[in-house]
Design a protein around this ligand. Structure first.
Ligand SMILES: Nc1ncnc2c1ncn2[C@@H]1O[C@H](COP(=O)(O)OP(=O)(O)OP(=O)(O)O)[C@@H](O)[C@H]1O
Length: 250
């Protein structure tokens, strides 16, 4: 379980540019939760992800993972158990390496205990089988440099990389926002399948209200650095997109 206790982040503290990006945010993310997150531009969503990954230090408060205080744990250490996908699929995949080399990178630390893009024969078949499940023909593109794939195909491989070595928590940072509608829909379907199959814990930032309501078992709404709503499946299912607009800052 991930817990945030009274987390605050203040940028440019003590200057005329001071900005409180998060203020006293406390929340518990249960194992197996798939939480969608909405909020206006500047509400603090990415800042929240950045404090979870350790990319940003908190000014106040604590972060706990399975009861351990990780507030001071460095980002590269947390990366062993926190995965993140970005809007731009180029983030998190190595463009000049092939599809199978990228998958090998993600798999190597788990299987061989060291970071390497060398592809072992038995793993190639395993990767092929995994890619076949995506139903995008990627099992025939193992030798293609990943930079030559479309954004949707690349994001699908990035998702597969994230679950080959399943993190304790997967952060999806508008990971479908840069894709065309059909690709976005496909990636969201794959996201749901993988999260359910691997019983992963995930948080997904989106600006698509429909996607936020239709996916996951919980909904967070952030506004001006505050977590103003934390709804369970039941509360979420009663909402219509128009209801959500009331929570947005004007
Ligand atoms: N490095 C920084 N220095 C100063 N201010 C920052 C920094 N990063 C974020 N902010 C400010 O903190 C606030 C929260 O930003 P954040 O990026 O978390 O919002 P967001 O909810 O992710 O927005 P968006 O939907 O536009 O991505 C904003 O006012 C932003 O301008």
């Amino acid at each position: 379980m991930l817990e945030l206790e009274n987390v605050s982040v203040i940028f440019n503290k003590g200057t005329s540019l001071e900005k409180v990006a998060l203020e006293n945010v406390s929340v518990k993310v249960n194992d197996g939760d798939f939480i969608t997150m909405l909020g206006s531009n500047g509400a603090g969503k990415s800042t929240l992800f950045n404090v979870i990954t350790g990319a940003l230090k908190v000014d106040h408060g604590k972060i706990l993972m399975d009861g351990d205080d990780i507030t001071a744990t460095k980002e590269h250490v947390r990366a062993r158990y926190i995965g993140r996908l970005f809007q731009n699929p180029e983030h998190g995949t190595a463009p000049h390496l092939t599809v199978e080399e990228n998958l090998a990178l993600a798999y190597s630390t788990k299987k061989y205990g060291k970071f390497s893009f060398a592809v072992h024969k038995q793993d190639r078949e395993f990767f092929q089988e995994k890619l076949r499940q995506l139903d995008m023909g990627l099992e025939d593109r193992l030798k293609t440099p990943i930079g030559l794939l479309s954004g949707g195909q690349r994001q699908a491989v990035a998702l597969m990389m994230a679950v080959l070595n399943p993190p304790k928590i997967l952060l999806l940072d508008e990971h479908t926002a840069a894709l065309d509608p059909k690709s976005a829909q496909k990636i969201l379907e794959i996201t749901n399948e993988l999260i359910h199959k691997e019983q992963m814990t995930a948080l997904m930032i989106t600006h698509n209200i429909q996607d936020a309501l239709e996916n996951g078992n919980r909904l967070f709404i952030l506004n001006e650095g505050h977590l103003i709503q934390d709804m369970d499946q039941k509360e979420k299912s009663r909402l219509k997109p128009a209801d959500i607009l009331n929570y947005y800052a004007v």
